[in-house]
Design a protein around this ligand. Structure first.
Ligand SMILES: *Cc1c(COP(=O)(O)O)cnc(C)c1O
Length: 435
């Protein structure tokens, strides 16, 4: 399968090249040249299929023959080694828990898949790829864990000093090996800006192959479509139309869900539930897309003012605004509403949701499900990752799972930087990537 740049000013590339490059040279996002529906027998038999088989059938056309079947199945077996249960929350609402992976956020699957693909493409050469990534919290941990010990890949993670939680900081600074953490004196936008500058800096790119592990990378974005198929597999027996509510920030996850629908999976409605960062909500109202600076909220993994994957969603509807609005809606909630929803979910159903999941729940409440519809909101992080907010809002203690416990007593190792020149000299003088 070939991928083209959505800026339409760069050569088409193979899957492997799209993964290694991350972003096209014209700064556009890569997009598959075609999406062919799966045979109807796939959806008829999905309840009998195992997750690896479902994932293989769904991703195969995008990978093409660049990874042979046996290797691709091995990669998927490794990546999907945990559960993705739909847990009933009320009579017509369930939550798809995506936090059973090693860093307890849904980004684990994308990060692990991308890591295994890069490892595969590097298997026969001594070249090195440097994954350079800015994080506001969850991405860094998932990427660090996903790439730990992967041959031929170094990871450099930039995170804002004092702006990530203690658990999140430990998840990126305690692993060692090929994972390097740079603590930036500034906010997330400063980290992001430094990363962007480095990608455009020829004195760096002439010496070091850089790639991004953001959801702009096709190997991080596309495997997220598995979640929706796994949810369908578990809820098909209810014989109801499914409404998905996806807590959204960069809109990568929900965009992958729409790809699952293009593959033939029946879905009644996709709701992009957002916090007060409502650029897409406004767009759907007015038809004008106006990016805004991001605002800080308690669902901070969704504090995005200019969602990078929205352009892919528009492409999935061939840029037809009316078609898009038939299947896709977006709704915004503030922190007070989010806290109230967390209390309501716990009081009425005994379920503890994190702030992101609670925003997803609110999206379903706002939609008003009919009797023949079943609503699924995605629980994108374990409550322990936002323990302060959850414990403060619900007046309850969140037990620390073993995945998190294992990083708590390790020592943090990082290099502190304040400006771009320090990142540059770090990348140019770091000898580790050469051997
Ligand atoms: C990244 C993240 C999101 C947003 O996902 P997008 O694909 O960027 O829309 C939501 N919740 C949590 C917990 C996240 O880490």
């Amino acid at each position: 399968m070939n991928f083209y740049s959505l800026n339409k000013n760069a050569p088409n590339v193979s899957f492997a090249e799209a993964v290694v490059k991350g972003l096209a040279p014209d700064r556009g996002l890569y997009f598959p040249e075609s999406i062919s529906p799966l045979p109807t027998s796939f959806f008829e038999n999905i309840e009998k299929m195992d997750n690896i088989d479902i994932a293989y059938q769904a991703i195969q056309q995008f990978v093409g023959d660049e990874i042979p079947e046996a290797d691709l199945r091995d990669i998927l077996t490794d990546v999907l080694s945990f559960d993705f249960p739909v847990v009933p929350v009320s009579e017509n609402i369930g939550t798809l828990e995506l936090f059973h992976g090693p860093t307890m956020a849904f980004k684990d699957v994308g990060a692990r898949f991308m890591a295994r693909c890069l490892e595969y493409f590097n298997r026969n050469n001594d070249g090195h790829v440097t994954v350079l990534v800015a994080t506001s919290g969850d991405t860094g941990g998932a990427v660090a864990r996903g790439f730990l010990g992967v041959k031929g890949v170094d990871v450099v993670i930039l995170y804002p000093n004092g702006k990530v939680s203690d658990i999140q900081e430990r998840q990126l600074t305690t692993l060692g090996k090929n994972i390097k953490a740079l603590r930036v004196d500034g906010v997330f936008d400063d980290c992001q800006e430094m990363v962007k500058t480095a990608f455009l800096d020829e004195s760096i790119t002439a010496n070091r192959t850089l790639t991004s592990a953001n959801s702009i990378n096709v190997a991080r974005w596309l495997p997220q479509l598995f979640y929706f198929l796994f949810a369908y597999k578990q809820t098909k027996k209810l014989e109801k139309e499914i409404v998905f509510s996806v807590p959204s920030g960069n809109f990568g996850n929900i965009c992958a869900g729409i790809v699952a629908n293009k593959l033939g999976m029946p879905v009644k409605q996709f709701i992009a539930s957002v916090n007060v960062n409502d650029t897409v909500v406004e767009y759907l109202k007015t038809g004008t897309y106006t990016p805004k600076p991001s605002k800080a909220t308690i669902s901070n993994a969704m504090d995005v003012g200019n969602p990078s994957n929205f352009i892919r969603i528009q492409q999935l509807f061939e840029n037809n605004f009316e078609d898009l609005k038939k299947l896709f809606s977006s709704v915004s909630f503030n922190d007070d509403q989010t806290r109230k929803a967390m209390k309501e979910i716990k009081a009425e159903n005994g379920y503890i949701a994190d702030p992101h999941g609670a925003v997803g729940y609110l999206g379903l409440k706002d939609y008003k499900l009919s009797d023949n519809e079943y609503g699924i909101f995605l629980e994108t992080a374990h409550p322990v990752k936002f323990a302060n907010i959850v414990e403060d809002t619900l007046q309850t203690k969140v037990a620390i799972p073993k995945q998190i416990q294992s990083v708590l007593d390790k020592e943090k190792t990082f290099t502190a930087i304040t400006k771009y020149d320090e990142l540059k000299s770090y990348l140019l003088n770091d000898d580790d990537y050469k051997n």
